[in-house]
Ligand binder design. Structure first.
Ligand code: ADP
Ligand code: MG
Length: 297
């Protein structure tokens, strides 16, 4: 039978908006020693806004570059899609209607067919995957924008670079406090995982105080980092939104999904769901687990 303390702990969590999916997860949570945090949508608000549109094809203008990008993103659920679509709509560009075909490339970007033309929006690895050698200055522009802490995306049309757009995301106000409280509860390693560039990642990392940064990761690399931490003897909690970190969430000892930022799927498959979009619920959950288990001993 399930110990009374565990039942009480789960009940207490539920009252506080911490949904623990079973007694075994509460017991495992008491041992958490490393926490891996996805950046976009977890440490940051996940509501980035458009900052730049750089035109790299002299035959086109700003509206065309933004317009192609926005229409390509119309079929995407990625947090980067929204600000691009919203900015285009705000500039009066037509953004309703879905592409004939879209193909999300995890950790890289999106490939779409629009009016029979191939449009891509994504990072430099996507450009490489598309085998586009003539970059029209895209790499230099990506570098410049990343240096400003923004997330740059290259836009291509029929295998030609037409521009670079960038968005910026705000770091959550409670991210720093969450990490310091995790340290207080005895978590010795807090690692930020992101598919974003190293420079954007380091700008965020410096602001929130993580112990380690892993940038430019593909979804499967996130899983590898979780396994590495486990290999070092850590009991690992992974927090993400499930958009591209589902494999890492599943592999972690405890997969944690966050309320409003999380997708429905992430909430369903998580071991712990934090029902409010409040990062401080995470150290609270670890503290609850530790206290509950210590009462049982
Ligand atoms: P994170 O790990 O921070 O959640 P992702 O792995 O989702 O980031 O994405 C990594 C990078 O891939 C993004 O920073 C962006 O450059 C590119 N990318 C992914 N999806 C898209 C998209 N729909 N549109 C444009 N770029 C994208
Ligand atoms: Mg993500």
């Amino acid at each position: 039978s399930i110990p009374v303390a565990i039942v009480a702990g789960i009940g207490r969590g539920a009252t506080d908006g911490i949904l623990i999916k079973g007694g075994e997860y509460l017991e495992t949570s008491a041992r958490i020693s490393a926490v891996a945090l996805d950046k976009t949508g977890t440490l940051t608000e996940g509501r980035p806004y458009l900052t730049d549109v750089t035109v790299l094809d002299p035959a086109l203008d700003r509206a065309e570059v933004l317009g192609w990008a926005a229409r390509a993103e119309a079929g995407s659920e990625h947090p980067l899609a929204r600000p691009i679509i919203d900015a285009a709509a705000a500039e009066g560009l037509p953004v309703d209607g879905l592409p004939e075909h879209t193909d999300p490339v995890p950790g890289k970007g999106i490939v779409a067919t629009l009016d029979g033309r191939r449009v891509t929006v994504g990072n430099l690895p996507l450009l490489a995957a598309e085998r586009i050698a003539e970059d029209n200055g895209a790499a230099a522009e990506v570098d410049r924008l990343a240096g400003l802490g923004r997330t740059p995306m290259v836009v291509t049309l029929d295998s030609r670079v037409i521009g670079v757009i960038a968005v910026a995301d705000r770091v959550r106000t409670d991210a720093k406090e969450m990490i310091s409280r995790l340290h207080v509860t005895g978590v010795t390693k807090v690692v930020m995982l992101t598919g974003d560039t190293r420079r954007v990642a380091e700008a965020v990392a410096a602001e929130v105080g993580v112990d380690e940064v892993r940038a430019q990761l593909l979804p499967e690399d996130k899983l590898t980092v979780v396994k590495q931490l486990q290999g070092e003897g850590h009991t690992v909690a992974m927090v993400g939104d499930g958009v591209n970190d589902a494999p890492a969430l599943a592999t972690a000892d405890i997969g944690v999904a966050m309320g409003a930022a999380g997708t429905g799927v992430a909430i369903e498959t998580a071991d712990i769901a934090l029902m409010k979009d409040d990062l401080l619920k995470l150290p609270q959950a670890v503290g609850l687990a530790r206290r509950t288990v210590s009462v049982m001993r």
